[in-house]
Structures are given as C-alpha cells and as structure tokens.
Design a protein around this ligand. Structure first.
Ligand code: AMP
Length: 194
C-alpha cells in the first residue's frame, strides 16, 4: 500500500499516518520529521534547512526529493509507505512520479484531508499546549507567525496538488473536521477499495 496524505498544516495528516502505520504495518515517511532529525543531527542538509523551516517556508525540492528517494529504498518500505508532507509542490509530485517509475512501483491512493482553515490555528495552539504539558519540546515553527507563513505556502504551492492528483483519478477526499476515529475509519474504507 503506497499512499500520499495531502492537507494543510494541522489537518491531522501526521496523526492519521501514525494510526495507519500500526494498522497496515507500513512506515510513515514524514519529510518534516526527516528534516527535523537532520537539523537535530547537525548534518549538511539540516544546516541548510533550519532557517527556512523556522520561517515556515519550504526547503528546496532537490533536498526533499533526494531524501524521499533514498528512504523508499529502505527494506521497511518494501510493502509500502505513507508519505506525509511530501510532495508539497507540483514539481515535487512530478519528481515523485519519476522516482517511483524508476523503481518500478506506483501509488495506490492519494488521500486529502479537508479542514476549515479557522480551526487550524486553534489546533496548532492545542498541540503546543499538549506538548508543553507533556514536558516535550515545542516545534520551532509552531508559533503564530511561522504557522501563518506555512498556511500561505500551502495555499500557494501545495493546494494545486489536488488538481494534479484528481487528474490521475487517485485523489480521495476525507472530512478532516470529523473526530480522529471517524477520519481513520473513512480512510480505511477508501484503502480497502484502492
Ligand atoms: P511538516 O512537519 O510537514 O509540517 O514540515 C515542517 C517544515 O519542514 C515545513 O514547513 C518545511 O519547511 C519543511 N518541509 C517538510 N516537508 C517538505 C517538503 N515536502 N518540501 C519542502 N519543505 C518541506
């Protein structure tokens, strides 16, 4: 099962990807998590990406295309994977098509979580409060200014992917405003038919 999750920041892509990872035994490939790991490890990629991420902007297509292509080659991706936060631009989607074709594999479905934008800022604030309450570290781009920028980046660069994948017949839309269990059940229903 090879899947893409689309949706704005705070739509619940990460939460749903984690739940489906357990259900299907396939890994969640979050480019955001991979980049944050690179920043924490102080790698070259991490050093190049940090300021861009903190400002809520997108890192270059070349960087993310390469890390995703390499990651897909790992043995744990042999049975499939869930891409969370990638592709985020039409050129990334085109690159992904080529990457997958080169490896002789194809996507099974693209699931878009539709949410009310006003709710997203509240979700981000809740996530920050929960992280602090649990004694965790708050993401450096989870602040109102960077979050606004992330939403703008989404509208301008990522939202066009809906049309891109609709034209392939693989796009499925889910109401991301429903509760977590309902969203998971709806996605599971889509995947059973994929
Ligand atoms: P996320 O955890 O998906 O919200 O991503 C956090 C940040 O990582 C984004 O705001 C971008 O700066 C960067 N990022 C993650 N995925 C991508 C991607 N596919 N293309 C460009 N930048 C990305």
């Amino acid at each position: 099962m090879r899947l893409i999750f689309l949706g704005p920041p705070g739509a619940g892509k990460g939460t749903q990807a984690k739940l489906l990872t357990e259900k299907y035994g396939i890994p969640q490939l979050s480019t955001g998590d991979m980049l944050r790991a690179a920043v924490a490890a102080g790698t070259d990629v991490g050093k190049r990406a940090k300021a861009v991420m903190d400002a809520g902007q997108l890192v270059s297509d070349a960087i993310v295309n390469e890390i995703v292509s390499d990651r897909i080659d790992s043995p744990d991706c042999a049975r499939g994977f869930i891409l969370d936060g990638y592709p985020r631009t039409v050129p990334q989607a085109e690159a992904l098509d080529q990457i997958l074709a080169g490896k002789g594999i194809a996507l099974d479905a693209v699931v878009e979580l539709k949410v009310d934008e006003d709710a997203l800022v509240r979700r981000m604030e809740n996530r920050v409060a929960e992280t602090i309450a649990a004694g965790g570290t708050v993401r450096s781009d989870d602040n109102p200014e960077a979050f606004k920028r992330r939403l703008t980046e989404y509208r301008e660069k990522t939202a066009p992917l809906s049309n891109y994948y609709a034209s392939t017949g693989k796009l499925q839309t889910v109401d991301g405003m429903a509760n977590v269990d309902k969203v998971t059940a709806e996605i599971a229903g889509i995947l059973e038919n994929a």
